[in-house]
Design a protein around this ligand. Structure first.
Ligand code: SAH
Length: 215
């Protein structure tokens, strides 16, 4: 069960922070974040803070998930690619708003755990894969929307190539060491339009499939 008073408080806080898209707010409301965090943090799941997950990664702050989801302008027919499955929380929120989510992580164990959560929540429109998301998912391209939830120096070229006409891509970029900014790219008939948005803090986007740390 979602903890009603706490989620309502979180939704009000998100509204106050500029999340005005009611579809985004209701997708957050329908997604039990406590099922995506380690048990030790379940009681903090509705605080507006990032939390640690396995493999030294993090589940983003609810505000950042809501903000990126709003920036993506996802419609019900959209085919969405996410790089950085992590806990699966962002993918679960997106799955409420679009036709299908393809999500990739470089840690097999994170992908397996996320997939288990999607099944438990009856989310059947999410397809997962373990791999290097910097290469995108060429077999399924093009994508109407692409979201990257780890910070690289630049948006990987393969992802820009796999973005459909009229498509939107949202990603954090580490422009200088320690300085990250959210960017939104849009494929227009004239080329790629780029917006620089707010400063952010994400774990790094790293190449290749990860060596699993012993547990
Ligand atoms: N969206 C996640 C949070 C992701 S944390 C959530 O909702 O919980 C960032 C994730 O990006 C980590 O799990 C990390 O393993 C992954 N990552 C980093 N570089 C990657 C790459 N090249 N390909 C795929 N995943 C990558």
């Amino acid at each position: 069960m979602i903890d009603a008073p706490r989620i309502i408080q979180l939704l009000m806080e998100l509204r106050g922070q500029g999340i005005t898209d009611t579809r985004v707010l209701s997708a957050i409301e329908m997604t039990p974040r406590e099922q995506f965090v380690p048990e030790a943090f379940a009681d903090r799941a509705y605080e507006n803070i990032p939390l640690p997950i396995a493999q030294g990664q993090t589940i983003s702050q609810p505000y950042i998930v809501a903000y990126m989801t709003q920036l993506l302008e996802v419609g019900p027919r959209a085919k969405v690619l996410e790089i950085g499955t992590g806990s699966g929380y962002q993918a679960a929120v997106l799955a409420r708003l679009c036709r299908r989510v393809y999500t990739v992580d470089r840690y097999r164990s994170l992908v397996q755990e996320a997939q288990r959560r999607f099944q438990a929540l009856d989310l059947h429109n999410i397809t997962t894969r373990t791999g290097d998301g910097m290469k995108g998912w060429p077999e399924q391209a093009p994508f109407d929307r692409i979201i990257v939830t780890a910070a690289g120096r630049e948006v990987p070229a393969a992802l820009v190539e796999q973005l459909a006409e009229g498509g939107v891509l949202v990603a954090p970029l580490e422009e200088k060491p320690g300085e990250q900014v959210m960017v939104r790219l849009r494929r227009t008939p004239e080329g790629i339009a780029r917006e620089r948005l707010i400063p952010v803090r994400f774990v790094p986007l790293l190449p290749g499939v990860a060596e699993e740390r012993q547990v």
